[in-house]
Design a protein around this ligand. Structure first.
Ligand SMILES: [Mn+2]
Length: 405
């Protein structure tokens, strides 16, 4: 029997997207994950940061986390969870000692001693070593210097992160050399493609690090932070991605977990797709086209699909805006919920409105009278006579055409 490891990250328990709560999605994911661990005889579960969506998770989110851990207990699967940039180290670490008795290791934040990050796991006389590195905060990796520039700061963060992982490798080589080695990390690696829902790491993406900082020492790097599953540079450095689509920018992602199987001193790497519990859909078109698509909309998702409307119309029209508002406030449908909408007019009419006085009705004016009224209300116009003549000419043309047709 070999050791089998499952790598996942970015659960964001407690996440809400506008008015929609993803707790049902997480319930379905946890149910799937428990079965996946059973069916694949997984020995070790790695979660590389962003356990919760909020630093102060709701009681419901906490309950969901602990009931998942409870379901894991009979499976005898060792668990290592690290804190991400969304997590509070204190919240994650509070039950640390109790969880340790249950073979669940949590690393909420950077400990004083690097040795506390290392976990040696032995199953059937086979061993692996995991360095459970959480999200590295600014204060963990550098000392602020008086009068430093923004560029200095970015450079110091970047070299601070690189140094940290160099120390991790050194500690491994000194104490565990030869044992298959996994490094967990929660950070932005340059070249990875990002989505709307990843909070900016450190001070923006400029502090992203190159994958080469991990060096050749780890046999596998289990990354968290980026929600789209992907390889970074080489196939043994990976983002598992988040288990569910957390924003519309992730709507095309096929979510997955990564499975590692120890073979000799190397890992066989594969991925397992996670079923999609609902779809996030963008519908584009004119208001009439969008209405038609919605009235024909069907879905087999276990949860209602979430829709954003991107409406494109030629000309500005208050009626179209009203129709969009009606859709946005409509009752939940069997197959979908409309979460947001935007309307874009290709030809915008600027400053064409005429102010009418109380009691006046637009129908009371002849076109030329309205035009003159509009000109009177525009302070930027000095000579209006030419415009009035041009307008009369247009009116004449229109009435001539009307007569001849
Ligand atoms: Mn993150």
């Amino acid at each position: 029997m070999s050791i089998k490891i499952l790598h996942t990250a970015d659960w964001h328990i407690g996440k809400q997207l506008l008015k929609v709560d993803f707790s049902e999605d997480m319930d379905l994911f946890f149910e799937w994950l428990i079965n996946c661990i059973k069916d694949n005889n997984i020995n070790v579960l790695l979660m590389s940061g962003d356990l919760f969506d909020q630093a102060n998770p709701s009681q419901a989110a906490m309950k969901q986390y602990y009931s998942f851990l409870k379901q894991l207990l009979p499976l005898k699967c060792k668990v290592i969870l690290t804190g991400g940039n969304h997590d509070s180290p204190y919240v994650i670490n509070a039950p640390k000692e109790l969880l340790e008795i249950l073979e669940i290791k949590v690393v909420g934040g950077v400990p004083n001693d690097i040795s506390e990050l290392f976990v040696e796991i032995e199953i059937d006389n086979k061993k692996i070593v995991v360095a459970a590195v959480p999200y590295l905060r600014d204060k963990d990796i550098r000392n602020a210097l008086p009068g430093e520039s923004y560029a200095d700061k970015i450079e110091l963060i970047r070299s601070g992160i690189a140094n940290y992982f160099a120390n991790i490798n050194e500690y491994y080589t000194t104490n565990y050399d030869g044992i298959p080695f996994i490094v967990m990390a929660h950070l932005f690696a340059q070249g990875a493609s990002i989505s709307e829902s990843e909070r900016e790491i450190q001070i923006g993406n400029q502090a992203g690090v190159e994958a080469k900082i991990f060096g050749d020492t780890p046999n596998y790097v289990a990354l968290g932070h980026i929600h789209k599953p992907q390889i970074v540079g080489q196939s043994n450095i990976r983002y598992s991605g988040s288990p569910i689509q957390l924003s519309f920018s992730e709507k095309e992602d096929q979510k997955e977990v990564v499975i590692l199987e120890l073979e000799g001193s190397e890992f066989n790497i594969s991925s397992l797709p996670i079923p999609q519990f609902r779809k996030l859909v963008s519908i584009k078109g004119s208001i009439v086209e969008v209405n038609k698509i919605l009235s024909d909309y069907k879905s087999e998702s276990p949860l209602t699909d979430l829709i954003e409307l991107l409406i494109e119309e030629e000309n500005e029209n208050i009626e179209h805006i009203r129709m969009l508002e009606e859709l946005l406030t409509s009752e939940a449908h069997t197959y979908y919920q409309i979460l947001k909408g935007r309307i874009n007019f290709k030809n915008k009419l600027v400053g064409t409105s005429v102010l009418l006085n109380a009691g006046e009705d637009i129908g009371d004016f002849r076109p030329i009278q309205l035009f003159e009224k509009r000109l009177e209300q525009d302070d930027s116009l000095e000579d209006t006579q030419e415009l009035i003549l041009a307008f009369k000419e247009i009116l004449q043309k229109i009435s001539d055409t009307a007569l001849t047709n």
